[in-house]
Design a binder for this molecule. Sequence first.
Ligand SMILES: Nc1ncnc2c1ncn2[C@@H]1O[C@H](COP(=O)(O)OP(=O)(O)OP(=O)(O)O)[C@@H](O)[C@H]1O
Length: 499
Amino acid sequence: MGNINPEGIISVLKSEIEDYENKIEVQEEGTVIQVGDGIAAVHGLNHAMYGELVEFENGTRGIVQNLEMKTIGCVLLGSDHGLIEGSKVVRSGKRAGVPVGDALVGRVVNALGAPIDGNGPIRTDAYLPIEREAAGVIDRKSVDVPLETGILAIDAMFPIGRGQRELIIGDRQTGKTSIAVDTILNQKGKDVICVYVAIGQKASTLAKIVSTLKKHDAMDYSIVVSASASDVAPVQYIAPYSGTAMAEYFMDKGKDVLIVYDDLSKHAVAYRAMSLLLQRPPGREAYPGDVFYLHSRLLERSCRLNEEHGGGSITALPIIETLAGDVSAYIPTNVISITDGQIFLESDLFFSGIRPAVNVGLSVSRVGGAAQTKAMKKVSGSLRIDLAQFREMEVFTQFSSDLDPQTKELLDHGNRLVELLKQPLYHPMSLHKQVILLCAANNRLLMDVPTEDVKAFTEDLVSFFEAKYGELASEIDEKKVLTDEMAEKIVQAVKEFKK
Ligand SMILES: Nc1ncnc2c1ncn2[C@@H]1O[C@H](COP(=O)(O)OP(=O)(O)OP(=O)(O)O)[C@@H](O)[C@H]1O
């Protein structure tokens, strides 16, 4: 007690008094004027900023969304139970953010980053705002590293690069989620962190996805962010931004991240509900005027950073649901124009048994070509053209019986390609398998196999190849190239297997 320094105490007191004004300002308190439907009008928070987190008397948090002359409009991120006219609201002085960090990997969290998987609290100190400006042009690098989906139809024809945004679009129940989940499963051992953001989905659907990820050990490198159909619209609205903040943490550390937004149609609907309740003027289809910006600012955050910024990347796979295959509706066209390509899934193909139901004509990958591996480029060059010619000829020859040998060969080859591209769920293909299959097809080595046996034949072929030419298979996987010599060896191996 004897050696307390009075001057020290005085300086502490002085600084406390000087800071008094600032602290008061942050703790500015307002009162609720009106509350309902997840929206609250608050009076008295004169210095609140757009996007700031506020806390209501009942412990629910909210985000400032509308700044008006006398009041501000807040969206509630939880229940409005117990809130009445006159309830107190305090500012936090912080922009809305979520906890981020390695501790989130393997967990299922809600849109605010709180765990919902019953595995205890998440210990992390890092915190990032949910809204952040995307990296500028100078900080980026072009996309040149492949992100293998393990789905032959996609890797061969619509390759995706790390840092690309590729839309998955199609009607309901056409296998959109399955493509995203398969891609996550295929990232095993490839040093990619995966973030799956579920927006407005049924809790049962999400439970199924989480159990699939667990079963295939994919939760070891994944984070699942969920804002289910029962969550209020504002929570569904922030979920993709929260997921992106979690992904950005890893990108800033130089890692590669894959993020899936399932799906952005429901996200736009949630935003529309929220905007209408905030009394913002409705525009086309009652969406607010800034619905394009809603998705562009989200997807623009996915990119590949240059070496000076660590070289990390975020690859985005947004999903959009269409109605009756109408890709020219408002939200689908918006997102198509934002992304670097789309994978269009078609109900007709799906029901005729062609799964994944990728429509080759309407799908495209605008930047992935530069990222495709040399081996893949070599064997997949003619695939799209062959399939397009086949489709055209198929329609043309539907009713004719005698065909000239050339046309017949084209049809036979096409039928076998279609068979080859069918792929069951949760069976991602390795690079060497994809290369062997396409190599065999390109050299017309499948022509004498009956179409219905192609699948079984190729499975056996690959097992034979792996057993006998294991070294060549791993060389393809590691070096990702295919020399003429290697291709010749594959052809010989197929011939040997046929004998
Ligand atoms: N390649 C495939 N092979 C066999 N079945 C598949 C394949 N892809 C998807 N399916 C099946 O199709 C059904 C729909 O798939 P999925 O849930 O991925 O579609 P979706 O378009 O995401 O549906 P939703 O509109 O409900 O979101 C599932 O039952 C799934 O098992």
